[in-house]
Design a protein around this ligand. Sequence first.
Ligand SMILES: [Zn+2]
Length: 122
Amino acid sequence: MENTQTCLYCQAPLKGRTDKRFCDNQCKSAYHNGKPDSKENYIKEINKQLRRNRSALRYACPQGKATVRKDFLEKLGMNFKYNTHDWKSQSGTMYQFCYDYGYAQVEDPLKVLIIQQQNYMV
Ligand SMILES: [Zn+2]
């Protein structure tokens, strides 16, 4: 299988072992030493995205439930990769939550059903 990984530091495509994350030790130490707060920034960025996701869901679903297009949510800043937790309804539907707003895939692959978290879901 072709290795399509890129170096975490310089973004150069990596050859060889698929578990490699850097071109060489220089890139590795530059990555770890050059960005002392990269982990902190990473956490901050994810927190920011989660809040953005929640705002998008709240905007699209001001009350109760709403079925909306995913690209509409993405225009509002939603990134479906980031969620805080999931919840399975009694009927077996899996919802992904961003804080107190959740969504589930509906039959139409372009749309999701948004719900607000209720007390019984916690
Ligand atoms: Zn590199």
